[in-house]
Design a protein around this ligand. Structure first.
Ligand code: ASP
Ligand code: MG
Length: 413
């Protein structure tokens, strides 16, 4: 008998028919003899609709009230899903985040999970109940509702799996798992059977949108085995786990044999270049400390070699931070007088990810070669031990993904 946390995304509970389908799936899993905690997201586009409703009554709604509003989406799902499971004859109960013992900090709309008290869930499981928990929500130290940031139901599921020491955390959505790249761009993209936490984190941060990256961080920290799979599919999906566990999995992969696991892209990037900065200590720190103070997350940074005691620094930020960054850099430019700032919105980041890079030299070179042969210019490069990313012109992004996917032989056989 296993303890399994199952999580269903919003598209899996978007209407009555889908809710009944999911209820059947849950009951089948229960009949196999498992203890089940089920986490659900708000139905379909409910969260977006709620955000829009708030904008209709206030241009600047208080974060506390936004959390009260947004948490209602998941409440609809837990109630309806519990009713649908009850019809099928299983003992079932729905719980809000607070009832499930999920405590978060007081940062409304993007709260962090601080602690989980799983006592109530454990008691219910012992009484043979299927426990259905609202994703994305928690209670803070003031006794107020707090939500965990967009996509936060994944985090609820993984955090509960960690607190309950569940055997698996199954994350169901409308895709069959993690793919070598976005199948909408490359038809031949194939599903990956197994992926290490680090690869998944690099892929999640580089644009693959299947799992919320915070949830993968928590899974890594507590060793929660994630199985990302399709609600309406028979496929076994993708296992995300530690490298040691992946090596043991049947149908898994030999870690070293695979050079690259996936190709990702991110069009949500803006490149800033500051020209003619004085070449002296404290300049870079001034720029990046000021950006950190206004909560701008800087991704790639390049400083060129100094000529005539002058430097150029380029870096990227996400599009949503563009305005803030520009205002801040203009202030710095005014102070430093000689410098000028260039902002380029038409860039994209393409990345290749894979633990095979650690043991196989020349992979970055191979990437640059593939891009060069296809006449794609590289504007910036950054690497980690399992990832190489290039900033290129936005118009080349799709082509870059396609040629890299082909060049590294990731297509279906
Ligand atoms: N309903 C929330 C959202 O759409 C949480 C989630 O789906 O995971 O972001
Ligand atoms: Mg959602």
């Amino acid at each position: 008998m296993a303890l399994v946390v199952m999580k269903f995304g919003g598209s899996s509970v978007a209407d009555a028919e889908k809710i009944r389908f999911v209820a059947n799936k849950i009951c089948a899993k229960k009949k196999e003899g498992n203890k089940l905690v089920v986490v659900v997201s708000a139905p379909g586009d409910t969260t977006d609709d709620l955000l829009a409703m708030a904008q209709n009554v206030s241009s600047n709604p208080p974060a506390r009230e936004m959390d009260v509003l947004l948490s209602t989406g998941e409440m609809i799902s837990i109630a309806l899903l519990s009713m649908a499971v009850e019809v099928l004859g299983e003992k079932v109960i729905s719980l809000t985040g607070a009832q499930a013992g999920i405590a978060a900090d007081t940062n409304h709309l993007n709260a962090k999970v601080k602690k989980i008290n799983p006592k109530k869930i454990k008691n219910l499981l012992a009484k043979n109940h299927i426990v259905i928990v609202a994703g994305f929500q928690a209670i803070n130290a003031n006794g107020d509702i707090a939500t965990l940031g967009r996509g936060g139901s994944d985090l609820t599921a993984v955090a509960l799996a960690a607190a309950l020491k569940a055997d698996f955390c199954e994350i169901y959505s409308d895709v069959e798992g993690i793919f070598t790249t976005d199948p909408r761009i490359v038809k031949e993209a194939s599903k990956i059977n197994c992926l290490s936490y680090d690869e998944m984190l690099e892929m999640a941060c580089s644009g693959a949108q299947v799992l919320q990256s915070r949830s993968v961080e928590v899974a890594k920290k507590f060793g929660v085995i994630i199985n990302a799979r399709g609600t309406f599919s028979q496929d076994t999906g993708t296992i995300v786990a530690s490298e040691e566990i992946i090596k043991k999995f049947n149908g898994g992969r030999k870690m070293e044999a695979m050079l690259i696991s996936g190709v990702t892209f991110d069009k949500n990037q803006v490149k800033f270049t500051i020209i003619d900065l004085p070449d002296m200590p404290g300049v870079a720190s001034k720029i990046f400390i000021n950006l950190a103070k206004i909560n701008v997350n800087v991704d790639m940074i390049i400083q060129s070699a100094a000529i005539d005691k002058k430097n150029d620094i380029s870096f990227t930020v996400s599009k949503s931070d563009m305005k803030k960054t520009l205002i801040e850099l203009d202030k710095i430019a005014a102070e430093l007088k000689t410098v000028s700032v260039i902002c380029d919105e038409h860039v994209a980041k393409v990345s290749i990810v894979g633990v095979g890079m650690r043991t196989n030299p020349g992979i970055a070179a191979q990437m640059f070669d593939i891009l060069a042969k296809n006449n794609i210019n590289i504007e910036m490069i950054s690497t980690s031990d399992i990832k190489v990313s290039c900033i290129i012109d936005e118009v080349d992004a799709m082509k870059a993904v396609q040629v890299l996917h082909k060049g590294f032989k990731l297509s279906k056989k």
